[in-house]
Write a protein that binds this ligand. Sequence first.
Ligand code: PMP
Length: 346
Amino acid sequence: MEIPARKVISNNVYSGFEDAVGNTPLIRLRKASEQTGCEIYGKCEFMNPGGSVKDRAALYLIKDAEERRILTPGEPGVIVEGTAGNTGIGLALVAAARGYSTVIVIPKTQSEEKKEMLRIAGAKLVEVPAAPYRNPNNYVKVSGRIAENLGAFWAQQFDNTANRRAHIETTGPEIWAQTNGEVDAFSCAVGTGGTLAGVGMFLKSKNHNVKVGLTDPCGAALYRYYTTGELKSEGNSITEGIGQGRVTGNLEGFTPDLSFEIPDDEAIAVLNDILKYEGLALGSSSGTNVAGAIRVAKALGPGHTVVTVLCDLGQRYGGKIYNKQFLESKELPVPDFLRNPGLPDN
Ligand code: PMP
């Protein structure tokens, strides 16, 4: 099978899937901006073809393996990865476009919608009980063993720095250009840390005064690590894809200037505001990210430009953060539109 060369045919006409990854717009978040006196922008990563920020990492992980001759375009190859879902979706789609197959190991606790999308994208799914990283049955460890047994390529998004390179070479430069170099701060949560460290490193290389903020879900280890030096998680956040318990390879050599811990109810309240004021129904990590950008804006004071990431869409969490029973079971506030689904009074 012949793989077409990467080529943008003309403005907005692409030669294939990979050219459609990235170059996402920034959206000004009206309520968050008015509330803080800053300009707060969300980078619309949900507009990537696989529906999340992780398409960028997936593309770089596969291209890096091809450059290292671990995979050969046009020849059969198997990619194995442990993922909360979105990296797996990106990998499965890029793999399909380039003639490879994928085995995805995912914790059972992740949303059914992401698992469904993985099946639709052609991945072989291995569901495992959620277990901490130190446990040999943790999904990342299981994926490593499966890759070894199959003699397959283990993408290793957490420690393979091709992941953050995607953000050093694409997301960071896009944000710099979109803000005409006037960005004062960038903040987001961490899954692998590829987005935070990659964008952070690039923006600081352009202007060392740019502040980079980690906005961790409540109880995750890194907030405590960067503020007290203690690496310990005691969280039970309902957010997915974020909340890291260790300093991954992608975070090595990078330290955020600011760190905040965002409770789930604050993230959910912000998601409801985004739906109401911006017309966007986003996934849980985007709620943490925008709540975090508001905290960063408040810390810097009015007049600053803050950018964060809108990672994926709420559709991927229909049974969770957009489900009344689920929210009630977690003792989280239920927004009015989920409480009263009938027709409005006239
Ligand atoms: N949000 C979502 C929904 C994700 O799936 C991920 C990746 N697991 C992230 C945020 C975090 O991105 P990164 O891995 O670059 O830290």
